[in-house]
Design a protein around this ligand. Structure first.
Ligand SMILES: Cc1cc2nc3c(=O)[nH]c(=O)nc-3n(C[C@H](O)[C@H](O)[C@H](O)COP(=O)(O)OP(=O)(O)OC[C@H]3O[C@@H](n4cnc5c(N)ncnc54)[C@H](O)[C@@H]3O)c2cc1C
Length: 561
């Protein structure tokens, strides 16, 4: 059989949230993808909580309005007195509401079933002419010098296999915890199954007796307990049942046993149950790979790391894997970057995921072993996730190799100090003075950050921006958006330049009318006033002039000039 060839292309195996984000990132970069899934569209809410950093990623991908149009705020939790099960014993917030700020517009967990997040992503793929190929399974693959041959299998109407061999440039396994791709690559997946933590999880329709305003809890997690968070509508509620006194296998055997268990734990006879959507008896495994790929094949999401649902990190971490990998893969496929850039995918994500496994496991232990409240730290919002240890960065303000500033790859708080490798803050309300392409009166940094280009922010000093613009003009124009930002109170020099014509080589000239940009990036504004933001919204470089800029671009775009 001769292989189907679409070149350059990436085969994505698994159309869950992680594969779908990768597909969209690549399509936005003009890369052909095929995305297959051995099953149909996923059923079930599972990863209900979308963390703030994931909301930011959706903003950069253009999917945020669709997400926010149906997502809900995190409700309060109600723990009911037993027996009786209707009177609140305690009402508390799992994630207390935080008021957003100009530099962090999304600060709160948002609730949306994973299946809905995924179908929004699939609709966006279709806008780019890419349809998920459901019921198409990856059976095997083989790597060669310049390509990968993959065998996909679909079924005909009689259930007979229809094999197809395809030739692709890269293959990415986003095929979940039991990943065929990870196993075929021979990556290690070390860790434990938590035998002491047994849960029955799933979704069931509830037509009466429980409202949508609260997450409903009964009992003690160590003995027997029941947590019922609801999603947006459809009367579908997720159940998480755990504790030593539960017969987990029996409860998971079907709807009737499930209803009996819930009725017994809650001591409630008034809850009207509808259809059981899905159910699983689940013991969390805590495992991760030793590297995120080999040669032309990579893994992301649950294929690369699994852990307990504590802290709501699974989907959120997986989609960030994809967002980290997507732009790098696109640049390599277009021939703008050397394949070595792809090594930074493992380099950057491995420490982050190792830290996440520790943090979510501590939270799990706190809940299951110590019986403490399931209060989460702010680090679970993922706004402090950083790649400060990465070799792909340039930071002229510090020595990035020093422990002092590397700290925790997962936990750096928003303390106002930015280094290369950190999340690039938002700054809204920037007045547009000159723009080659847009006629909007104001702009916001988050509207400029996109997965298909680097954004070069030049703060304040007119003296070196011509040099910078001239340096960047040697590269293809699509790779960079160059943005010059004057402070709110302009000096005569900047005022004069601001009122003149648009400087050549600069895409956008802005004035920071409300001071948000200069405040958010204030820790940098000494001699290092140039910030290069990567396509994944991470600060790639902080430099003071052409030499530093050259160091960064020569590292990332080594093959272009
Ligand atoms: C009860 C529960 C609550 C959770 N809560 C949260 C939460 O609040 N927040 C959070 O972030 N995470 C949460 N998670 C974790 C989250 O659900 C997972 O991390 C997430 O599903 C991982 O996404 P993925 O795309 O990597 O894998 P999956 O969603 O598992 O998708 C993998 C896909 O690959 C397909 N596939 C597999 N093998 C092949 C093959 N050979 N060929 C083709 N296709 C294949 C599968 O059919 C599947 O559709 C929770 C999980 C559970 C169980």
């Amino acid at each position: 059989m001769s292989p189907t060839l679409i070149s350059p292309t990436v085969l994505i195996v698994g159309a869950g949230p992680v594969g779908s984000v990768l597909a969209l990132t690549l399509l936005k970069n003009g890369i052909n993808v095929r995305i297959v899934d051995k099953e149909g569209p996923q059923v079930g809410q599972k990863g209900l909580g979308i963390q703030p950093r994931t909301l930011e990623m959706h903003r950069f991908l253009g999917t945020l309005p669709d997400i926010l149009s149906i997502a809900k705020k995190m409700p309060i939790c109600t723990l009911y007195k037993l027996p009786g099960g209707t009177e609140p014993l305690r009402i508390f917030e799992l994630d207390p509401y935080e008021e957003p700020t100009p530099d962090t517009p999304y600060l709160n967990l948002t609730m949306l079933g994973q299946h809905r997040q995924q179908s929004i992503l699939h609709r966006h793929l279709e806008k780019h002419g890419c349809k998920v190929e459901f019921f198409s399974e990856l059976r095997s693959f083989e790597q060669f010098d310049g390509h990968v041959l993959a065998t996909l299998v679909t079924k005909d109407s009689n259930g007979q296999d229809i094999p197809e061999i395809i030739k692709v440039s890269y293959l990415v396994g986003t095929d979940g915890a039991h990943s065929t791709v990870r196993k075929a690559l021979g990556l290690t997946f070390l860790g434990d199954v938590r035998d002491d933590v047994n849960m029955v999880v799933g979704d069931i329709e509830i037509h009466g007796g429980l409202d949508h305003k609260s997450w409903h809890n009964w009992g003690e997690i160590s003995s027997k307990s029941q947590l019922v968070p609801s999603e947006v509508d459809d009367n579908v509620f997720t159940f998480i049942i755990s504790g030593k006194e539960i017969d987990h296998a029996k409860t998971a055997s079907g709807r009737d046993e499930l209803v009996k268990t819930i009725t017994s734990i809650t001591d409630r006879k008034d809850i009207e149950f509808g259809k059981l959507v899905w159910i699983s008896n689940y013991r969390p495994s805590i495992r991760m790979v030793n590297k995120f790929g080999d040669g032309r094949v990579f893994v992301a999401g649950d294929a690369a790391h699994v852990h307990s649902p504590a802290g709501g990190q699974g989907t959120n971490s997986g989609v960030q894997d994809s967002f980290n990998l997507g732009w790098k893969l696109a640049l390599v496929l277009k021939g703008f970057s050397p394949p070595s850039l792809l090594e930074t995918y493992t380099e950057e994500r491995l420490p982050v995921i190792a830290a996440m496994l520790n943090k979510s496991t501590l939270l799990l232990n706190q809940y299951f072993r110590d019986g403490k409240d399931w209060k989460r730290g702010k680090e679970f919002k993922q706004l402090g996730v950083n790649y400060r240890g990465s070799s792909a960065l340039v930071d002229e303000t510090v020595d990035l190799t020093k422990d002092r500033i590397q700290l925790d790859p997962y936990g750096i708080t928003l303390n106002g100090v930015i280094h290369a490798g950190d999340r690039a803050p938002e700054a809204p309300g920037l007045q547009v003075l000159h723009s080659g392409e847009s006629s909007t009166a104001t702009a916001s940094l988050f509207d400029l950050f996109k997965p298909d280009h680097h954004t070069v922010l030049i703060f304040g000093s007119v003296s070196n921006f011509k040099e910078i613009a001239s340096e960047l003009s040697a590269y293809p124009k699509t790779l960079f958006k160059t943005v010059f930002i004057f402070p709110a109170l302009t000096t005569s020099e900047s005022e004069q330049s601001a009122s003149g014509t648009q400087p050549s080589g600069v895409d956008l000239v802005l004035r920071d009318s409300n001071g948000h940009a200069y405040r958010a990036y204030s820790s940098l504004l000494g001699s290092c006033n140039i910030v290069i933001v990567r396509p994944d919204g991470v600060v790639g470089a902080i430099v003071g002039g052409v030499a530093g800029l050259r160091r960064y671009v020569d590292g990332v775009f080594a093959t272009v000039k």
